[in-house]
Design a protein around this ligand. Structure first.
Ligand code: CXF
Ligand code: ZN
Length: 375
């Protein structure tokens, strides 16, 4: 079938909406009518080439929710008409990482930047209508396409009464931020926590740290709108600089420093990680969730602080989310009014206005922009 989707033809470049031919799904795959897609910073990193991908053109979008339109055999219980939310990391259920419950590290996850079907390097389901060239799929998904073909391992069932516009954020931003605090920083009641960068991911790290019991919770962002939002989502303080944050955590920690600092800066640089690492106490945890230039080597931290102070530097992918278990829990928290999702969606866009969505993100006008597909 033919659909429309936003692709980058080369990087650095810009998202452009084009006609795309979509192959029929094969056994173990699903065709999904994407209803809503979140504008995560990582899709912009693809356009800027901070994150180089294996094939161009590349169709972006790894946050999404929609309705299954075709479900061939091996559908693992997912049927036509079912509502689903995508997980940007598939969970095959068989590899060692899935087997031990760490599905965010599933061996099929390489599809995030390969663009090919999970587990392959040269098998594609999307082609440019104009010349038949294969089109890579972000995370094996490409939610910036109105209809897409995905692995059944990339979807989680979504109850029919949850709006697609909010559900799509569960594919990445919510779990990536919330889990960075709950799982990777392992925030404990009474902790002092710094969240550095309060965008679509950082705001969920704020929610997660608040849920886990942080009683000093400092959101750091130079944009006043983001600081306002941090306070609305549970931060006890919101400041523009790390110097101010360090000063605030000094009081409740006897001058020792934060129990954890979570780096969720949109374009994370080595010096951001250095600042966060300097802000934590002995045996504290610095979680690095934000991504920047992927090829950059070297982080500005004094090695002596690892050995002498037992400080921990913890990388984080998807906030160590186990999609099958955690998305259902997040939906439950949302139903109980404990997890804010509606408030994350600050603007919705038509697919044709996706460039405006990213402009708004860069200008600091959004927590999350969401594309609502027309069908
Ligand atoms: C990213 C992590 C780095 C690869 C692309 C996806 N996570 C969330 O946006
Ligand atoms: Zn993302």
């Amino acid at each position: 079938m033919r659909t429309r989707g936003a692709v980058v033809r080369e990087a650095p470049g810009k998202y452009e909406v084009v006609d795309i031919d979509l192959d029929d799904p094969r056994p173990g795959e699903l065709q999904v009518r994407v209803m809503a897609a979140g504008l995560c910073h990582s899709d912009d990193h693809i356009a800027t080439r901070d994150l180089p991908v294996a094939v161009y053109p590349f169709a972006g979008g790894h946050e999404g929710a929609g309705i299954v339109t075709v479900a061939p055999p091996n559908h693992k219980g997912i049927r036509e008409g079912d509502h689903v939310v995508f997980s940007f990391v598939p969970a095959c259920g068989r590899c060692r990482w899935c087997a031990v419950g760490r599905s965010h590290l599933c061996n099929m996850g390489g599809s995030t930047l390969s663009g090919a079907r999970p587990g392959t390097t040269d098998d594609f389901r999307l082609h440019l209508a104009e010349d038949g060239r294969p089109v890579g799929q972000m995370s094996g998904l490409s939610t910036f396409c109105a209809t897409t073909t995905v692995s059944v391992d990339s979807v989680v069932p979504l109850p029919d009464d949850i709006d697609f516009e909010v559900a799509c954020l569960l594919s990445c931003g919510v779990g990536t931020g919330w889990g960075s605090a709950v799982n990777d920083a392992a925030v404990r009641p009474g902790d002092a926590v710094i969240v550095m960068g309060v965008g679509g991911v950082g705001i969920n790290a704020v929610q997660g740290a608040a849920h886990a019991g942080a009683t000093t919770l400092v959101g750091v962002d130079p944009v006043p709108f983001k600081r306002e939002k941090a306070l609305e989502f549970g931060a006890t303080h919101a400041v523009a600089t790390m110097d101010e944050a360090v000063e605030i955590v000094r009081g409740p920690t006897d001058g020792q420093g934060a129990d954890s600092a979570i780096v969720t800066v949109g374009v994370t640089r080595p010096d951001h990680i250095g600042e966060a690492f300097a802000a934590i106490r002995k045996a504290g945890t610095c979680v690095v969730t934000g991504v920047g230039l992927m090829t950059q080597v070297g982080i500005d931290i004094p090695a002596g602080q690892l050995a002498f102070y037992g400080k921990r530097l913890q990388g984080s992918l998807f906030g160590s989310t186990n999609a099958g278990a955690d998305i259902a829990r997040q939906i439950q928290l949302y139903r109980q009014g404990a997890l804010k999702l509606d408030e994350l969606v600050t603007t919705t866009y038509a697919l044709d206005d996706i460039a405006q969505g990213y402009e708004d993100m860069h200008a600091g006008r959004n927590l999350r922009g969401v594309v609502v597909h027309e069908h």
